[in-house]
Design a protein around this ligand. Sequence first.
Ligand SMILES: [Zn+2]
Length: 328
Amino acid sequence: MLAKSGEPGLPIDLLVTQSHYVFVKAKVLTSEISNGVRVAVLLKADWMDRAKQNAAVDKLNHTLRMVGYPEEFLRNWTILDQLYAKIELKRTFTETLRTIDQSNSWINLQKLLIRTRNNPYYPTDLTSANAEMIRYRNYDLVIPAAYLQPPILYAGNLDIVNYARLGASIGHEFIHGFDIFGKDVGKVGKPLSWRTNVTQSNYNARKYTLVDLYNSFSSPINSVDGQRTLNENIADNGGIRAAYLAFHNFMSRTGYRIKLPGLEEMNEDQLFWLVAAQKSCTRHPKLADPEHAPLRFRVLGTLMNNPDFGSAYNCPLGSPMNPWIKAW
Ligand SMILES: [Zn+2]
């Protein structure tokens, strides 16, 4: 009955949550990727003035992260009972449906109103297999339980795979907080002005470079609109960079090294980019929705635009995969 009313609801969502281990892992990874974004802003984004760097980091620190599922429901089921207390079994089916609709309206209102670290009201269903930066909630990050499943994440997965794939996806969502819409919103939802200094013009210069790069992928059989896909391309490029920085931090912190069977000649940096690109293997390389470039170009764009890829694979500066001009 709940599903019929368009709201699967937390009781059903919680049934699909899997081992606690993967959620702990995902939370740690989210924190490390956030730190990767922080490092990228403070140490790599020298085109931003110090005030804007600090404002960006401040916003990042205030980003509410909802990863996996609201744990307090598993600690305290009375909260769950309270959540659905407004549903009553009435004399007729129609009357009962009305109480469900009223309950759903109330729950949806809580999703909008309550922003705490341990928010029991995730803005998306836990069964949604998609990580998301929720713009209308002042850029809260939600990574629902259903997204954290094989092949995305599972116990025993290689760390390099976690950083290069899930890490890049988490980074993608964090960077949406700084895309062409997100960059104008501060930590508590107030407008963030960029107009008073050169940071805005630097941002624009990089934006147009990215538009040109993705426009250049167009061919008679494949069209790519650099302007229309700009937001997603910004997120892709910044996200993989944050994941790469987090991976390097992880390697220096733990001494992590890896060789893969059959690819023993490849070092960790080369493997990182290979694994990241492999995530986008598809049987339909030309398909894309209006906001995303086809997967082939999402990979090529992020690799061409990142000097660390060029270094890892010894691509000379000025060669096709390591062009002179890069956006970020
Ligand atoms: Zn996106």
